[in-house]
Ligand binder design. Structure first.
Ligand code: 13P
Length: 270
């Protein structure tokens, strides 16, 4: 069965000294064996957060990775450089698509580098507001997935490559706006995402791939998403910098995780 995952994307917030303290505080308030947690601080705080989280069960992720492994790319960070600092990496965030002009093809190469280095990728997809209003949200996300994953899936070791894949559905209009998607819409998108993954040859029709929701998630609205069986957690931005919010979000996720475990093991009350 799929894990319940709460991933924190700190974006361009925190200097290393405060990142370590914040990570330790969040870990102390949230660590729960039934919820997989990942904190993604800025590159320069990865080592400090790794040290702060040692022994807590929380994992560390990077927010980006370069599409080549080495070379003349001033200011960039490659996947092999992240080994030992992080075990997860966010790829294709909409802010990088917007600010760094990242294309689906480039994002696919980043995914490949992440897998090659043994990093677990969180691939972000999501439509713009005009796409949703025009009824093409699912078509946009389908194209993003196919653009990023088509090449990756071509090899005969595709099953192994896709094994650790996590998808974060983050509608662009919901990010940092306080306007979250509705749980039912996110769940419908999760179904559409798995249908695309199935067409791309992902094992078991994509049923093993966790799909997270991201976009203005808070302790007050997380339950709406976790109530959807096809949603496996959240990628949290602004609220992930606030220990009280994280305590609420992860606490709710733990309730969901235990309920799903009980159902899976046949002890669920139906
Ligand atoms: P907010 O939670 O601040 O809307 O950010 C979501 C996000 O982009 C996480 O990657």
């Amino acid at each position: 069965m799929r894990s319940v995952i709460i991933a924190a994307n700190w974006k361009m917030h925190t200097v290393p000294a405060e990142a370590a303290g914040l990570a330790a505080t969040i870990a102390a308030r949230t660590a729960d064996p039934d919820v997989m947690q990942v904190i993604c601080p800025p590159f320069v705080a990865l080592a400090a957060v790794r040290d702060a989280l040692a022994g807590t069960g929380l994992a560390v992720g990077a927010q980006n990775v370069h599409h080549e492994t080495t070379g003349a790319y001033t200011g960039e960070v490659s996947a092999p450089m992240l080994v030992g600092l992080a075990t997860w990496v966010i790829v294709g965030h909409s802010e990088r698509r917007r600010d760094a002009g990242e294309t689906d093809e480039l994002i696919g190469r980043k995914l490949q580098r992440a897998w090659d280095a043994g990093l677990r990728p969180i691939l972000c997809v999501g439509e713009q507001l005009e796409d949703r209003e025009a009824g093409r949200a699912e078509a946009v996300v389908d194209a993003q997935l196919r653009g990023a994953l088509a090449e990756v899936g071509a090899g005969e070791d595709a099953r192994a490559r896709f094994a650790g894949l996590v998808i974060a559905y983050e509608p662009v209009w919901a990010i940092g706006t306080g306007r979250n998607a509705r749980g039912a819409d996110a769940a419908a998108m999760a179904d559409a995402i798995r249908a695309t993954l199935s067409r791309l040859g992902v094992a078991d029709g994509g049923s093993g791939v966790p799909v997270l929701y991201g976009g203005s998630v808070t302790a007050a609205n997380i339950a709406e998403f976790l109530a959807e069986p096809t949603i496996d957690g959240a990628l949290v931005g602004g609220a992930s910098l606030k220990p009280d919010e994280m305590a609420g979000i992860v606490g709710r996720a733990a309730v969901t995780a235990r309920a799903r475990l009980a159902v899976a093991s046949g002890n669920g009350v139906t």
